[in-house]
Design a protein around this ligand. Structure first.
Ligand SMILES: Cc1cc2nc3c(=O)[nH]c(=O)nc-3n(C[C@H](O)[C@H](O)[C@H](O)COP(=O)(O)O)c2cc1C
Length: 350
């Protein structure tokens, strides 16, 4: 049997990862809903994945401010109590030889004032999303169009969260610029109708993301910053980029300007062709020399083949790692994986 390429170590900037297996960021809603502080159950949940041998853990989305919140039980990283809670997680992961980055997540308009401290959700433009807020089951609220002062404030909140991440012992951060949340709302023509310097053509709409990344990088370092982006938007099923390859090239140009090295392009269907006969990851690879994380309904064999092919460098797994707290050991020993079952695997932190 040939060894799975996933099990090979990789050096990424300051990180010596034990292998190329990444735990995808997954919201679990187990933080204290009022304080956003994580408890011992969350410590144990991440510790188990590190003890199993996962190379890089990306946390669930973490809010850099109270108005960034989009559902119940989301953890925060904007005060000292948050830092204290997360320090217990990073200590536990490091004791097991793991590496862990915090995903920073602002939902923008995909929320409701009942979740955002009584204030309307923040967005690039005053456009209400279609659909219901996760678990609150009420229609998305009408957002407030962010002023340039609001924009500066949110950028500072992300930078402060990156600083807190460092204080809490995280090895890095992942900026969540995907899936139709705040940063993606600025990036997209559907949700950004601004006429100031944060709106306009695609390159201009990326201004918010670029300023935010610059501020985050200043706090935590370029080689400790991963960025996630996507065509898929949680509130716009079936949304497609009109010229995918050109869109990808323009987005990559923005990352190049900042000096970002590690990208996490997100799709739910890794094999699906998206741009001129190429998959998302193939198209990114065509135009990107840095590190690429693959994701999207991958299985270990396909992930290994894609690493050999050179399309990706590491592979992230979401649901399989929830269903299999011993995911890495199963790959190592060639064992079958437990299939993911939302009823069994989402209701508790196994
Ligand atoms: C329960 C659950 C929660 C998720 N939460 C997040 C999140 O907080 N941030 C994010 O970027 N993606 C989130 N995702 C998407 C995953 O990171 C991943 O991209 C997706 O599950 C596809 O990978 P998979 O097919 O291996 O599960 C979530 C997925 C699941 C199943």
């Amino acid at each position: 049997m040939t060894t799975n390429r996933l099990l090979e170590p990789i050096r990424m900037g300051p990180w010596n990862l034990r292998n190329r297996i990444v735990m995808a960021p997954m919201t679990r809603c187990f933080a204290d809903d009022h304080t956003g502080v994580v408890g011992q159950d969350v410590v144990d949940y991440y510790r188990r994945r590190a003890a199993d041998g996962v190379g890089l853990i990306l946390t669930e989305g973490i809010n850099p401010s109270p108005r960034a919140k989009g559902t119940f039980g989301i953890p925060g990283l904007y005060n000292e109590a948050h830092v204290e809670g997360w320090t217990k997680v990073t200590d536990a992961v490091h004791r097991e030889g793991g590496t862990i980055a915090a995903q920073l997540w602002h939902v923008g308009r995909l929320s409701h004032r009942e979740l955002t401290g009584g204030y309307p959700p923040q967005a690039p433009s005053r456009l209400r999303a279609d659909g219901l807020v996760h678990r609150l089951r009420k229609p998305y609220d009408m957002p407030e169009e962010m002023s340039t002062t609001d924009i500066q404030e949110v950028i500072e909140q992300f930078a402060q969260a990156a600083k807190y991440a460092r204080m809490a012992g995280f090895d890095g951060v992942e900026v969540h610029a995907a899936h139709g949340y705040l940063i993606d709302q600025f990036n997209s023509e559907v949700t950004n109708q601004r006429v100031d310097r944060y709106g306009g053509g695609l390159a201009q709409r990326l201004t918010f993301m670029k300023e935010l990344l610059t501020a985050v990088v200043q706090e935590i370092g370029i080689d400790r910053t991963i960025v996630r982006f996507s065509e898929i938007k949680d509130d716009l099923p079936g949304y497609k980029w009109s010229d995918p390859e050109q869109t990808i090239q323009t987005i990559l140009q923005a990352f190049l300007e900042i000096g970002i090295n590690v990208l996490h392009p997100s799709t739910n269907r890794y094999r699906e062709s998206l741009a001129n006969g190429m998959t998302l990851h193939q198209c990114v690879r065509k135009h990107w020399r840095g590190i690429i994380l693959g994701v999207g309904n991958l299985d270990p064999e396909l992930a290994s083949a894609e690493i050999t092919e050179g399309t990706i460098d590491l592979a992230a797994f979401g649901r399989p790692i929830l269903a299999n707290p011993d995911f890495v050991q199963r790959i190592r020993h060639g064992q079958m994986l437990e299939p993911f079952d939302p009823h069994r695997h989402l209701n508790s932190l196994i």
